[in-house]
Write a protein that binds this ligand. Structure first.
Ligand code: KG4
Ligand code: ZN
Length: 338
């Protein structure tokens, strides 16, 4: 079964062709970074408009190089969660194409795409596992028993971790998207006397709270003003250490609570090298295993949507009627496969 996958939930237009039997055939990614940079963050209306302009030519180009539109068995797209307008662009294109070609169509959960992205690697995790989903909009620990069998163990009560990276980066005067920029600045130092709090680690449970860290960063900046470049780098370093420590402590707790021996880390912040290194060290110590998607499948992309949708479509799932996009959509409501 060969599917076209379309991701348009935020500021990336991702298109991929995936064959269930053989894997990803090819993918294309267009990032809207330049479009939003002057505003310091994603402007939803501009995101929708840019998807309108970019998606169709990218699909045409990709299909021309890979067997043409008639070689497809189905079309899958991100139905949610995400920005309403951006999701609607992808949904309209996917459904119009499916209708015109008389092919099946299926809306995919964006976070299920992230969660299953490590399955695109050679060395795939087996079920069950704990998933740490860390993106710009979500921070969650999920008990993953099978495809579609998800139980949220804990989540952020306020800012998502990617959002905390982006907001703190903005305070430090770094350009959007701040996460990778802040990580880069942090990597220029290896120690500091600054100590940021590790939010909620002294309380039981697996929920997170990251909004206090940016306030802490702001207060630290005020105290150190006028800020030197060294001060800024040390703030970035101390912030990143606090985030990584907090995530690691909660992952360890989730592994203990579930008794599982496998941890999957996915979503944009999963690209963070300090986090990857720390979780690898933790896994070596606990004799568990940690799996990360390849970097190209870590941040938003079409391949993860094509994979999750292809898997469900191959199992017979279809959207029978025209369905709404779902800007808010709980992972726990998904249907279990097999
Ligand atoms: O999963 P993703 O591409 O989009 C969403 O679904 O939100 O995640 C984007 C988030 C942004 O907040 C971005 O700043 C963050 O992931 N991010 C990083 C890194 N790369 C991306 N945060 C920290 N370190 C990185 N290397
Ligand atoms: Zn995402």
């Amino acid at each position: 079964m060969k599917v076209l996958g379309l991701e348009s939930s935020c500021d990336e237009t991702g298109i991929a062709i995936y064959e269930v039997e053989t894997g990803v055939i090819q993918q294309r990614l267009y990032s809207q970074i330049e479009c939003h940079r002057e505003y310091g963050g994603v402007v939803p209306e501009l995101a929708s408009r840019d998807h309108v302009v970019k998606a169709a030519p990218m699909i045409i180009d990709l299909l021309q190089q890979n067997g043409g539109v008639h070689s497809l068995d189905g079309i899958v797209y991100t139905r949610g969660p995400g920005l309403m307008g951006a999701l609607m662009v992808g949904a309209c294109i996917a459904r119009a194409l499916a209708w015109a070609l008389d092919k099946p169509v299926l809306g995919v959960h964006h976070m299920e795409g992230h969660l299953l992205a490590p399955m695109l690697s050679e060395d795939k995790p087996e079920f069950p596992f704990v998933a740490l989903l860390v993106s710009g909009g979500h921070t969650m620990l999920v008990d993953v028993e099978a495809v579609g069998e998800y139980k949220i163990l804990g989540e952020s009560l306020d800012d998502a971790v990617g959002e905390a990276f982006d907001k703190t980066a903005k305070l430090l005067g770094l350009p959007y998207p701040g996460g990778p920029e802040l990580a880069q600045l942090a990597s220029t130092v290896s120690a500091t006397d600054l100590v940021f709090p590790r939010p909620m680690v002294d309380r039981p449970g697996l929920d997170f709270s990251f909004s206090g860290l940016k306030t802490f960063a702001l207060n630290t900046m005020h105290k150190l003003t006028p800020l030197s470049d060294q001060n800024r780098a040390e703030i970035a370093f101390a912030f990143e250490q606090a985030v990584v420590d907090t995530l690691q402590i909660k992952c360890q707790r989730a592994l203990k609570q579930t008794g599982y021996r496998r941890l999957v880390v996915a979503g944009g912040v999963g690209a963070n090298r300090t986090l990857r290194k720390r979780l690898q060290q933790m896994s070596a110590k606990l004799q568990t295993r940690v799996y990360f998607p390849a970097l190209e499948y870590c941040t938003d992309n079409g391949a993860m949507i094509a994979y999750a949708g292809g898997l469900r479509m191959a199992a017979g799932q279809r959207d029978e009627n025209v369905t709404d996009v779902l800007p808010r959509w709980s992972l726990e409501t998904l249907q279990r496969l097999n």
